[in-house]
Design a protein around this ligand. Structure first.
Ligand code: HSE
Length: 309
């Protein structure tokens, strides 16, 4: 058995327009990297965090990585000491599933390091606990696709019922991360507690349409279904340039676009690699016009989740 391990876990796009808290997919880039080293200290310690320095707590009970690892070891009945070296490749509050990537990387790495005592499915509740620590809600629409790869549906939270969905062959994601911070906790608090019946009906139709479109590789149906009548109207107000980006990417051939997770990142799906690249160029241009710096990521849908590097 090894004494150390390094794991990459991917960024994820949660909600995918109409599927608030129940739909998500993983991308190839960006992602977080974690190195775990066994130690004789009997404690779980954060030794180093690179990237996003100062933004993350070093207290082992408050940091998602260490808290997840501590819980995993406790439930295993192990007093193994672990030193954690975390390399953040995306900032918190980006909407790219930053906290989820760290939690997924941590739980995947500790499971491997301890000789794989748990199945992949059994790791999900640990990663969800990381989300609860990060934003107060144990939502699974980032951690589930982060752990399994591909598109994932959370059919139910209680009991937990997570379904991996088939990904159509020619699907590309383009992400823009404008340099603005939106905290998931805040973006959840501004949502209405009640919604209109008619909005629920429209939203359900779109979720069903999007899933059917994914399962049958029906790109027109995917496109027709990518609408959010409940969350986007509220959250988009927090994202400068949101409408400009969305209108422009649809003009140049994207299938659909929406807020990535709780924002401010925006994602678009395309069924053509060249369109996906052009979407990225246009996103960058629009934010340059707003004098807001941004990063662009163009990626296939990640099918593997975390990997040992
Ligand atoms: N479903 C969560 C939300 C995702 O929208 O609040 C956060 O990344």
């Amino acid at each position: 058995m090894c004494d150390s391990i390094k794991v990459f876990a991917p960024a994820t796009v949660a909600n995918v327009t109409c599927g608030f808290d129940i739909l998500g997919f993983a991308v190839d880039q960006p992602g977080d990297e974690i190195t775990l080293k066994k130690s004789r200290s009997g404690q779980v310690r954060i030794v180093e965090i690179k990237g996003d320095e100062g933004a993350l707590p070093l207290d082992p009970d408050k940091n998602t990585c260490s808290a997840v690892i501590k819980r995993f070891l406790k439930e295993l009945g192990s007093d193994q000491g672990i030193d954690i070296f975390l390399e953040k490749k995306m900032p918190l509050g980006s909407g790219l599933g930053s906290s989820a990537a760290s939690s997924v990387a941590a739980v995947y790495a500790i499971n491997e390091l301890m000789g794989r005592p748990r199945t992949l499915e059994e790791l999900l509740p640990y990663a969800m606990e990381g989300e609860r620590i990060a934003c107060g809600a144990a939502h699974a629409d980032n951690v589930a696709p982060g752990l399994y790869g591909g598109f994932v549906l959370i059919r139910s939270y209680d009991p937990l019922d997570v379904i991996r969905l088939k990904t159509p062959e020619a699907l590309y994601a383009t992400l823009v991360h404008p340099h603005i911070e939106v905290k998931t906790k805040d973006a959840r608090e501004i949502l209405k507690k009640q919604i209109y019946f008619r909005d629920s009906v429209r939203q359900s139709g779109n979720v069903a349409g999007l899933i059917t479109g994914l399962l049958t590789s029906d790109y027109d149906l995917i496109s027709r279904s990518m609408h959010d009548h409940i969350v986007e109207p509220i959250r988009s107000i927090l994202i400068p340039g949101y409408k400009d980006v969305k209108d422009r990417v649809m003009e140049i051939g994207a299938l659909g676009a929406g807020i990535s997770g709780s924002g401010p990142s925006i994602f678009a799906l395309s069924n053509d690699e060249e369109i996906a690249a052009n979407v990225g160029l246009e996103m960058k241009l629009i934010y340059a016009g707003f004098e807001i710096e941004s990063e662009i990521y163009v990626s296939r849908i990640n099918q593997y989740g975390p990997r040992i590097i």
